[in-house]
Write a protein that binds this ligand. Structure first.
Ligand code: DX5
Ligand code: ZN
Length: 223
């Protein structure tokens, strides 16, 4: 499968989110990644329904909603109604993970589980069949612009091995500190989806950067 690119809106100019969404629409991005932070699960607060609701009808790309919140089960139906195509919860925030995954699937959204950098892949093995995606955090969640933690790459490899061995179609998404300098090695480890915030929005050429991330593997012919 050709890999997917999910630019993270967290790194966009918040005084002009409409322009950021339009830019993503014009780009080769596959999904628009939306980071929801509650100030409890992570030491930062971002945005919620009041930002997602107006963005959803404007975005031509599916909304990939990453919930960095405690008790996500309280809000899943509302995030789906707000326009989320994918809903990812953190394993560390879900004592009844199997049940929360079923709740997401019952809304019709794709179901994802995110793993913090210290959380081993073994914690998600027993629900892998039920998942549309596993999100491997390659930074500690809460902030954009952090440095990629290379030790998380072996988790991508472990997940890829399991997915192949068990003949599953679960996607592996990697999130945090990703740019043109390391994207290829992350894809080689087995990632299907790359989230990129700062490396896209903090450059002068976001559309070109998305294109270059998307065309890794084909870049010698097309860029
Ligand atoms: C971090 C978020 C990431 C973040 C990525 O908690 O989950 O999605 O926006 O930003 P960069 O690409 O700047 O590390
Ligand atoms: Zn994220």
């Amino acid at each position: 499968m050709k890999h997917l690119i999910a630019p993270s809106l967290l790194a966009a100019d918040f005084t002009n989110l409409a322009e950021a969404v339009d830019l993503i629409n014009r780009s080769m991005a596959d999904w628009l990644h939306i980071d929801v932070m509650d100030g409890v699960f992570v030491p930062n607060i971002s945005y919620g329904f009041s930002v997602i609701e107006p963005i959803a009808p404007r975005s031509q790309k599916p909304l990939d909603v990453h919930l960095m919140i405690v008790n996500p089960e309280k809000y899943i139906e509302r995030f789906r109604a707000a326009g989320a195509a994918n809903i990812t919860v953190h394993l560390e925030a879900c004592p009844h993970l199997h049940s929360t995954i079923q709740q997401i699937k019952n809304t019709g959204a794709r179901a994802g589980v995110a793993l913090n950098p210290h959380t081993p892949v073994s914690m998600v093995e027993d629900v892998l069949e039920d998942l549309d995606l596993v999100l491997v955090m390659s930074v500690n969640p809460g902030f954009g612009g952090q440095k990629f933690i290379y030790r998380t790459l072996h988790k991508v490899q472990q997940l890829r091995e399991q997915i192949v061995t068990r003949n599953l179609s679960t996607l592996i998404e990697v999130d945090g500190g990703i740019g043109l300098q390391n994207a290829e090695s992350i894809l080689k480890a087995g990632a299907d989806v790359l989230v990129a915030g700062s490396s896209v929005f903090k450059t002068d050429q976001p559309i070109e950067t998305i294109k270059r991330l998307k065309l890794i593997g084909f870049d010698t012919i097309l860029v």
